[in-house]
Design a protein around this ligand. Sequence first.
Ligand SMILES: [Zn+2]
Length: 427
Amino acid sequence: MAERVMRTVRDLRRSNRSMLLRRLYFDGPLSRQDLIDTTTLSAASVSNVIGDLINDGLVAEVGSVGSDGGRPRILLRVDGSRWHAIGVDVGETRVLVELFTLDLAVLARAEYPLPDGCGDVTAVVERIDAGLRGVLKESSVDQAAVAGVGVGVPGVVARGAESGGRNGVVVHGQTIGWNAVPLERLLRETGTMRADMPLFIDNGATTLGQAEMWFGAGRGTRDAVIALIGSGVGACVVTDGSPYRGTGRSAGEWGHTTVQVGGRSCRCGARGCLEAYVGAEAVIERYREAAAGEATAVTAIDGQQHAESEESALAAILAADERGDEAARAVLEETAVYLGVGVANLINLFNPEQIALGGWAGLLLGARLLPRVRQIAGEYALRHAFATVDLSLCELGPDAVARGAATLPVAGFLNAASAQVTALHVR
Ligand SMILES: [Zn+2]
């Protein structure tokens, strides 16, 4: 009984720490009085917990503001400089590894092209491993001060049964040839990460979604869809503040919803998927077909490495359209129509407050096509739901998948701050 009471007190203290830390992380700087006014905690509890958090180096005092007639109020915020997180973006054309402060400012980055795509798992693991070593060395950050590593992958992430479930996360990437790849075990086996380093693996669109919900286009909303358009197409559907995952964690595969019955073949094996029309690979392919036999904007760069050529080819198609190239104009118009239809489907299914188009290809295409996409979505969506949705581009740039991946260990750190800090202090 006494032990249970002890545990309850400890749990309560931990949850109070986590609550205040999260509040300061997302809404800081705030004063102690702000925290008292906006949480259910007493003045004494806030004072005690903040004292502990300052002692642990998690919270810092950062100046003060005057208050009416009274003493100035000292402002507090999370001290992002002492703790770190690493985010990894496994894209279809490259691996990007970035080391961040706790408040997600980039301190170091390492990028490796995947000339043959990301189908070769060994090559991907080698690049992630090299990237981890590279960013730790470049930043001179000790692993003991890294709260964890997050990895965004282009596939469905599930808990595996192998090794009695201990090797944890496996990745099913149907369009890239990954069949139950035990990525967590493979990364642990490289030996670069310390054995107890928290490691989080999630779908790249979901990590991008989390980054945009925390700091970008989705900030302040509870129901949103963040779309990731690169070579492939995915989405993070956020309902009431959390990603909707489905029973097998594969929800949000927007790219493989049908927009044309019996249409173009998709990499997933089906026909007429949205990805087969608006994914970068598909747009380039459709342009090649439309301009067949002519000197096209993209043939000139065909000889280059795959990693570079997809981005340059899409940019070349946009440039060709500006020069009045008929094939480019037609392909981009068709892309806008399919994208608009896809957006209308999201609106009708989820009634979101916000839809943001991101990913490197989404940002490139969206900068040109967004008004037309919005117009088409308005023609296909139900009027009431369309009237209340804000359709925009993502705000964190084309590399936000790595930042989003880093939010996974940061979220874990904020939720379990007391346990983790104790462990790190002991080391
Ligand atoms: Zn498909």
